[in-house]
Write a protein that binds this ligand. Structure first.
Ligand SMILES: NC(=O)c1ccc[n+]([C@@H]2O[C@H](COP(=O)([O-])OP(=O)(O)OC[C@H]3O[C@@H](n4cnc5c(N)ncnc54)[C@H](O)[C@@H]3O)[C@@H](O)[C@H]2O)c1
Length: 437
């Protein structure tokens, strides 16, 4: 791909469309408003707090990322969304119980104005929840057209000059890529015939991309990760990325596993278990939805450790992931990892990680960064899969035939080098020989 010749300025409002207005979405919106009011800091957001080094280490040029590339200002963000429940964003946030009542009270008037549009929903894909705020239509194609209308209406009423969609809806049951996902024509025919391999999340993806709106996929659902939608993203010059926000346990896995490999330490096994009590946890009780999540969580180690290259170190590793719904914990997940490694002469060692995290607190800044960076990519004329945003995903999308990069620090370098490349700055290789000439 050619370097963008110019990046259009971030003029006017940026409308953020969120299919799924649950814990992550509402924590994100409430957080943006708290930061805008000067009542909180955007901790965890690279676009708001991060800097980027330019030139040599001796040049002392490290601007804030948001000053280096033209990102939308938080004051220019406006929000809309869909959900199967009728609760407005304030009620939904109160129900999710992530933020404390004092914080929520400060943004109650703002959140109360954000009311969900009717969702395209199908219980065959999310078995354990049901709600009253659901679209009706003869077939899936009609539902997708209704979503397109919603997008067009939101564009008008919000007076946004640009839009971005970020899927924050539930994890759907496992769907394998099939023939009906292979081309835009087959995909439309499948929507019209109500084909069972067309999930609701794909309807939002299709509607968004064919409306010229970039789309980020925060769940492990296939959604935009199918050739039909990727083709459409090219045809409509739309940036897309996914999938599955990399937040707690997997974030740490993609930090620890590269360290073992860098030092040629072996891995016998990695057992990961979670207890969580939010609605996401409830949905993941269903084996179909769990399978989608499990696939996303499991692939990470295989790709990082490359057992085919290092059979003595990783050829026999046993990797298990469990998720248990345990209501008393709410959104405050506990992720345990037991890691059996071995060192010099094969002597065994163990590492235990107990991450008492907050799921949506970790996810919200990722949503913010993704919508801002996707909007930037779109204004820079970048289309199709945005692999440089892998940094934010458990299961990064790549071009066909490419394996995904999971190592967090390679992902971070890739992201920052892409920003440098967009602005015509030298890429940083970390070679550093020039300092010793
Ligand atoms: N929080 C994290 O750390 C994290 C990490 C990775 C991925 N995710 C994914 O992000 C998504 C959101 O997580 P959450 O904790 O906010 O879950 P949540 O259950 O609180 O919110 C999801 C919302 O989506 C709605 N929904 C389901 N199907 C829909 C449809 N077809 N159309 C519109 N709305 C629909 C549900 O009613 C619910 O309100 C999940 O898929 C989750 O797996 C979250």
């Amino acid at each position: 791909m050619e370097k963008p010749s110019k990046i259009a300025p971030a003029k006017g409002k940026l409308g953020i469309l969120l299919p799924g207005m649950g814990a992550v979405s509402t924590t994100f919106m409430a957080g943006v408003e708290l930061v805008r009011k000067g009542k909180s800091q955007p901790v965890g957001s690279l676009t708001q707090m991060g800097t980027i080094r330019l030139g040599k280490r001796t040049d002392a040029r490290s601007p804030l990322i948001k000053k280096f590339v033209p990102l939308a200002e938080l004051s220019d963000l406006t929000f809309g969304g869909w959900d199967i429940f009728k609760d407005n964003a304030y009620q939904s946030a109160a129900n999710a119980g992530v933020l404390n009542p004092q914080d929520l009270e400060k943004v109650k008037p703002f959140l109360s104005t954000i009311k969900p549009m009717k969702a395209a929903f199908d219980r065959d894909f999310v078995k354990l929840i049901d709600g009253p705020n659901i679209k009706k239509g003869k077939n899936k194609y009609e539902l997708a057209l209704q979503i397109k209308e919603d997008i067009a209406n939101f564009r008008k009423t919000s007076r946004a000059s640009r839009l971005v969609t970020c899927w924050c809806g539930s994890t759907e049951t496992f769907v394998k890529p099939a023939e009906v996902h292979s081309t835009p024509e087959k995909f439309v025919a499948a929507m019209q015939s109500n084909h069972p391999a067309i999930a609701p999340s794909m309807l939002y993806a299709w509607a968004s991309v064919t409306s010229g709106v970039p789309y980020a996929n925060g769940s492990p659902n296939l959604s935009v990760d199918i050739p039909a939608i990727q083709q459409l993203a090219h045809d409509h010059n739309v940036a897309i990325c996914g999938k599955d926000f990399k937040t707690g346990q997997t974030l740490l896995k993609t930090v620890l596993a590269p360290a073992f490999k860098a030092r040629m330490l072996g891995l016998e096994g990695w057992f990961s278990t979670n207890i969580l009590g939010n609605r996401d946890g409830e949905v993941l009780e269903d084996p179909g939805s769990f399978k989608t999540k499990e696939e996303s969580k499991l692939s990470v180690l295989e790709y990082i450790l490359q057992p085919q290259l290092y059979p003595q170190l990783y050829g026999k590793m046993c990797h298990k992931v469990r998720i248990n719904y345990y209501p008393p914990r709410g959104d405050n997940k506990e992720g345990w990892d037991n890691i059996d490694i071995f060192g010099w002469l094969g002597y065994p060692m163990q590492i235990k990680v107990d991450f008492l995290c907050r799921d949506s607190i970790l996810a919200a800044p990722i949503v913010l960064d993704l919508v801002l960076l996707l909007d930037l990519a779109q204004r820079a004329g970048m289309r199709g899969i945005q692999e440089w945003l892998s940094f934010y995903f458990k299961s990064p999308m790549t071009a066909p035939g490419l394996y995904p990069e999971h190592d967090l620090f390679i992902q971070s370098m890739k992201l920052k080098n892409t920003l440098r490349w967009m602005k015509g700055e030298d890429l940083i290789t970390h070679l550093g020989q020039e300092y010793y000439d």
